[in-house]
Design a protein around this ligand. Structure first.
Ligand code: NAD
Length: 491
């Protein structure tokens, strides 16, 4: 498959595979095999954005005016076709992102299928209500699509994040222009190619290129009715300013520095293994920690601090770092050199703090023969909550452990962050667990588990982790439609 990827991968506008109008192409890097780039994608321009938005605008009335069951049929056919291509997409995303095939890429391509099925299934739920206003009145609302939605994607799990935007936006009757991240465009191009077999031309477009060119043109475009952005808080702030200044709709899924809080009763002999597995899962070590919801601040009660650090470190030490396509690999490669260097810089900053202890340091302990940006996991103990490694999103396989003694203290420390995306609470005591869960300032809290988002749940950030909800059916209705009230005098 790798050999087939040395070709050029066009983008898709108005149902057609196209090059950029400027004629330029950009090589796609392969994070796991540096010497084997993955072909080229068009270097999109503002003019390409103009034609993609024009095609989405042209397709909008026809798509909007369909009976919902026709959109449903299209989405369900797409789901079936994506299911048939699930292994191909998984392998492609493993190469594109550096995420390991077995632990990350396969579950992600399956999530994409499930999301098309889910939003296909609920396509009829994008509906309004009728007010009981007497027999001479018909007062009702319609949930109307917004128009053209620009979906701007990050590189860390492109298929899942596209799955959080595209099927819901389409089910609601919008048309879409996607902009994949420069570092991971290939799976998105393939997904759009598959989906377009079942969609009218122009309903789903994709423009590749730089954030500063293609992304910028999309957020400023007067004919883009909504920007659905997932990425860093710093770029998100800029997206909000630009989109907000022209009063367009937006949603922002941004960064995080999420707490994992462990109470002593989660560390009894019969519980410790499940808690350790959950901490590892929540930290997203098997995505090299490159996850917005990583539980990267580990708050351990002092009574169990040493025991948990020791057990987590021993377990994480067993993770196999290797080529993303190797079935034996638990962890793949970091996305690119810049990100690799940034993570190393945080690790060096942590190492230089007085009193810090390195419970595990595998950052440079990489099996021989790998040709990419590989980095093993690192766990810092004895960390204080005001250190940079405890405050900033590292977006790498780096976990910091902070001791606590009192519930009030740990809730205050967990909330002492400008982020508020996810949180994990480990306790068998119902009151302690739920009191903590309810007082954590995060959009999503899990109790006694550490997995990823499940279909249908609400998802989105508090504070600087974002604005808006799109993932649940309620969020999608809010996020991808606007309400029109119609009042009719009868008789
Ligand atoms: P990024 O902010 O650098 O880029 C995200 C996207 O924005 C890319 O497609 C990029 O090309 C584009 N972009 C860059 N400049 C732009 C501009 N001026 N106008 C419009 N678009 C522009 O983020 P990244 O490095 O790709 O991804 C990592 C970040 O994403 C992390 O902070 C992570 O926490 C966050 N993230 C959040 C979620 C979530 O659900 N909250 C999910 C995944 C990733």
């Amino acid at each position: 498959m790798l050999d087939a990827l040395t070709a050029d991968h066009p983008m898709v506008i108005d149902g057609e595979p196209v090059a950029a109008l400027g004629g330029a192409w950009t090589e796609v890097q392969n994070p796991g095999r540096r010497s084997k780039p993955l072909g080229r994608v068009p270097s999109g321009t503002k003019e390409d954005v103009d034609r993609a938005v024009a095609s989405a605008r042209k397709a909008f009335p026809g798509w909007r005016d369909l009976h919902f069951k026709d959109r449903q049929v299209a989405l369900l056919k797409i789901a079936d076709a994506l299911a048939d291509a699930a292994e191909e997409l998984a392998q492609l995303t493993a190469m594109d992102t550096g995420n390991a095939l077995r632990t990350q890429a396969r579950p992600e391509s399956q999530t994409l299928v499930n999301l098309f099925r889910y939003f296909g299934g609920v396509a009829g739920e994008f509906k309004g209500v009728v007010l009981p206003a007497g027999n001479d009145q018909l007062q009702y609302t319609r949930r109307e699509p917004l128009g053209v939605v620009a979906g701007i994607l990050p590189w860390n799990s492109p298929l899942m994040i596209a799955g959080m935007k595209v099927p819901a936006a389409l089910a609601a009757g919008n048309t879409v222009v996607l902009k994949p991240a420069e570092d991971a465009p290939l799976t998105i191009l393939r997904m759009v190619e598959i989906a377009n077999q079942f969609l009218p031309a122009g309903v789903l477009n994709v423009v590749t290129g730089k954030g500063s060119v293609v992304g910028e043109a999309l957020i400023q475009h007067p004919d883009v009715d909504k920007v659905s952005f997932t990425g860093s808080t710093s770029v998100g702030r800029h997206v909000a300013e630009s989109t907000g200044s022209r009063l367009a709709h937006m949603s922002l899924e941004l960064g995080g520095k999420s707490p994992t809080i462990v109470f002593p009763d989660a560390v009894t002999p019969d519980r410790i293994d499940a808690t350790v597995e959950g901490i590892l899962l929540g930290m997203r070590f098997t995505r090299q920690g490159q996850s917005c919801t990583a539980g990267s601040r580990l708050f351990l009660h002092r009574d169990v601090y040493d025991e948990v650090i020791e057990k987590v470190s021993r377990r994480v030490d067993q993770l196999v770092v290797g080529d993303p396509l190797d079935e034996a690999s638990d962890m793949g490669a970091i996305i690119n050199e810049k990100q690799y260097n940034s993570v190393m810089e945080y690790i060096n900053d942590g190492r230089s703090q007085a009193g810090v202890k390195l419970a595990l340091d595998k950052s440079a302990d990489i099996p021989a023969g790998l040709d990419g940006f590989y980095q093993g996991p690192t766990i810092f103990a004895g960390v204080e909550n005001d250190w940079r490694i405890a405050r900033e999103e590292i977006f790498g396989p780096v976990l910091v452990a902070i001791p606590w003694s009192d519930r009030e203290e740990v809730i205050a420390m967990a909330n002492d962050s400008h982020y508020g995306l996810a949180a994990y609470v480990w306790s068998q005591n119902l009151t302690a667990a739920l009191d903590t869960a309810q007082r954590i300032e995060s959009g999503w809290v899990q109790v006694n588990q550490g997995g990823g988002q499940v279909i249908g749940q609400a998802y989105g950030g508090y504070k600087e982790s974002g604005i808006g909800r799109e993932f649940s059916i309620e969020g999608a209705i809010e996020g991808f439609t606007q309400t029109k009230q119609i009042n009719v005098k009868l008789g």
